[in-house]
Design a protein around this ligand. Structure first.
Ligand code: C2O
Ligand code: CU
Length: 517
C-alpha cells in the first residue's frame, strides 16, 4: 500500500521528551483492511425498577453497568487486546433514554486492583497514597444535579459502586458516558471505559429520520498497539513523571475494531459520530465524494441539515449525520479520516423500502440574546513549560484545580465565557451541566494580553458556521483566537467542572470546578 495515502497520526517520534516504546508496536498499515465486521454495541436493558426520593413512589428503570477487565480482538490478525470496559466491552452497551423519563444507573467497579497503564503519581489526585484503580462515571452532556454528575474526586475502588439519577430533562441528542477519576481519566478512558448514551424525544421521532437498526453510533478513537495485542500508552523519558501532554495513536478504531466493515442496505442511515480519543481529532469524509448531511451536534438537532464535505471532530464532540446509500447498491463507501479509510460500508444489492425522511427543517434553535448576559468571564487557556519548552502543566485562567472556586454563576442567569487561548494548540473546552451556543471566535494580540491582560482584537469576529450554530457542550478553541460562548445556567445549584477535553490536559490541571449558586 502506498504510504503517502495515509497521514500518520502518531507524533511519538517527533515529540521531545517522549520515551521510545519498550515493546514492538503494530504498524496498522501492514494489516489487512476491512476483514472484521463493525460491532454495534448492544442496547442496555434495565435490570429492574427502583424508586428515588426525587420522584416519590414512581418506579424508575434501573440499569447496572459493571466495569470489568476483558480481552477482545481489535483485528482478525492481532492477538486479543486486554482492556477495561463497561459490561466487559469497549464501547460499553448503549443506554437509550427518552426526554422526560428519568433513569437510574448503578456504575459498578469490578476492575482488578492494579492498573495496567502508567500512572503519574506526581499529578494532583494521583498521589502514591491513592489506590491505583479508581473510577467515577460521568455522562458527558447530561443535564443532572451535582451529586449525580460524577465529581472527579468522588471515585471509588473495586468492589464499590455508585448509583446516579439521570432525569432526562433535555432534548434528543447523542451523549456518551466515560470515566472521570481525578488524575487518571486519560488512562481509564484509554483502557476502554466509555459508551454511548442516547436521548430521544417525541419531536425528533415525529421527523421520521432513520431509526432503530438504521441509527448507529460510530465511536471513534485512536490507540497504539503492541504486537502482543496490548494497548501501549506513551510515556515521557522521565520514569518518575511519565505524563505526556498528548497521546496520538496510529490505529484508528471504530466501536472496538480496527478497519471494520458494515453491511448496509441501499437506503438512508443515521450515524452518530462520537470522538472519544484522548487528544486526536478526526477529519472525516466519505470516499464517494458526496457530503454528509449533518443533522445534529453535541446537544442535539441543528435547525436544518447542513451538507458537509468533511467533518472535523475534536475530542468529545459529536456529529449526527445522514448518509444515503440508495444510489450505491452493490458498491462500497468508506468513512475516511484524512485520506485513510477507517470503516467500509458494503452496500447490498437490495434492501427493504426506505420510508425515512430528512426534513428541510429539524428544530428551531433559539439564539440566546447576548444582551441578556449578566457576566462575561474572560478565562485564559495556558500552559507552563519547563526550561526546554516542554509543557509541565496546562492551566485554566492560570489556576490549579485546588485553587478556590472563582466561577460562580447564579442559577438561571445567562453568562458569556470568553476563552483566551495563549497556547500554540487548539483546546476542546467542555462545561458540565449546561448546553451553550458559540457566539464568535476572534483573533487577538497576544502581546497586549500577556503584558496587560488587555484584549486587543486584530481582526473581525467570526460567527459560528451553520454546523456549530446549534447547541454545543464542547467547543474547539483555536490558538491565537478568543472563543466566546453563551449559556443559561439552568440547573441545580452545586459544584460542577469545566475542562479541556484533551484528556492529558484535563488530568494535569486543565480542569476547574465551578459552582452554580
Ligand atoms: Cu466528557 Cu468532564 O467530560
Ligand atoms: Cu487542552
Amino acid at each position: 500500500m502506498d504510504s503517502s495515502m495515509t497521514m500518520p497520526m502518531t507524533q511519538r517520534m517527533a515529540m521531545p521528551g517522549l520515551a521510545a516504546p519498550n515493546v514492538p508496536l503494530v504498524n496498522p498499515l501492514t494489516l489487512a483492511r476491512f476483514v472484521d465486521a463493525l460491532p454495534v454495541p448492544p442496547i442496555a436493558s434495565p435490570i429492574g425498577k427502583r424508586t428515588h426520593p426525587a420522584y416519590g413512589g414512581q418506579q424508575l428503570p434501573l440499569y447496572r453497568m459493571p466495569m470489568r477487565a476483558f480481552r477482545a480482538k481489535v483485528h482478525r490478525d492481532l492477538p486479543p487486546t486486554p482492556q477495561w470496559g463497561y459490561a466487559g466491552s469497549a464501547p460499553g452497551p448503549t443506554i437509550v433514554t427518552r426526554r422526560g423519563e428519568p433513569v437510574l444507573v448503578e456504575w459498578v467497579n469490578e476492575l482488578p486492583t492494579r492498573h495496567f497503564l502508567p500512572i503519574d503519581h506526581g499529578i494532583h489526585g494521583a498521589e502514591k497514597s491513592k489506590p491505583d484503580v479508581r473510577t467515577v462515571t460521568h455522562v458527558h452532556g447530561a443535564r443532572v444535579s451535582a451529586q449525580n454528575d460524577g465529581w472527579p474526586e468522588d471515585w471509588y475502588v473495586p468492589g464499590k459502586s455508585s448509583t446516579a439519577l439521570y432525569p432526562g430533562n433535555q432534548d434528543a441528542t447523542t451523549l456518551w458516558y466515560h470515566d472521570h477519576a481525578m488524575g487518571i481519566t486519560r488512562l481509564n478512558i484509554y483502557a476502554g471505559l466509555f459508551g454511548s448514551f442516547l436521548v430521544h424525544d417525541d419531536d425528533e421521532r415525529a421527523l421520521g429520520l432513520p431509526s432503530g437498526e438504521f441509527d448507529i453510533p460510530l465511536v471513534l478513537y485512536d490507540r497504539l498497539l503492541a504486537k502482543s495485542g496490548e494497548l501501549y500508552y506513551p510515556v515521557s523519558d522521565d520514569p518518575e513523571a511519565p505524563w505526556v501532554s498528548e497521546c496520538h495513536g496510529d490505529a484508528l478504531l471504530c466501536n472496538g475494531k480496527l478497519y471494520p466493515y458494515l453491511d448496509v442496505e441501499p437506503r438512508r442511515y443515521r450515524f452518530r459520530l462520537i470522538n472519544v480519543a484522548n487528544t486526536s481529532f478526526f477529519n472525516l469524509s466519505l470516499s464517494h465524494g458526496k457530503p454528509f448531511q449533518q443533522i445534529g451536534s453535541d446537544q442535539g438537532l441543528l435547525a436544518a441539515p447542513v451538507d458537509r464535505e468533511a467533518i472535523a471532530l475534536y475530542p468529545a464532540e459529536r456529529a449526527e449525520v445522514i448518509v444515503d446509500f440508495s444510489a450505491y447498491a452493490g458498491q462500497s463507501v468508506q468513512l475516511r479520516h484524512q485520506a485513510d479509510g477507517i470503516v467500509e460500508f458494503r452496500v447490498r444489492g437490495k434492501g427493504r423500502r426506505d420510508t425515512s425522511v430528512v426534513p428541510t427543517t429539524l428544530r428551531p434553535v433559539r439564539r440566546i440574546d447576548p444582551s441578556t448576559a449578566v457576566q462575561d468571564r474572560v478565562l485564559g487557556l495556558g500552559e507552563q513549560d519547563d526550561a526546554g519548552g516542554n509543557p509541565i502543566t496546562m492551566l485554566l485562567d492560570g489556576k490549579m484545580w485546588s485553587d478556590p472556586i472563582s466561577e460562580k454563576p447564579k442559577k438561571g442567569t445567562v453568562e458569556t465565557w470568553t476563552f483566551v487561548n495563549v497556547t500554540g494548540d487548539a483546546h476542546p473546552i467542555h462545561l458540565h451541566l449546561v448546553r451553550f451556543q458559540i457566539l464568535e471566535r476572534r483573533p487577538f494580540d497576544l502581546y497586549a494580553w500577556n503584558a496587560r491582560k488587555e484584549l486587543k482584537f486584530t481582526g473581525p469576529a467570526i460567527p459560528p458556521p451553520a454546523h456549530e450554530a446549534g447547541w454545543k457542550d464542547t467547543v474547539r478553541c483555536d490558538p491565537g483566537m478568543i472563543t466566546r460562548i453563551i449559556a443559561s445556567f439552568d440547573g441545580e445549584p452545586g459544584k460542577y467542572v469545566w475542562h479541556c477535553h484533551y484528556l492529558e490536559h484535563e488530568d494535569n490541571e486543565m480542569m476547574r470546578p465551578y459552582e452554580v449558586v
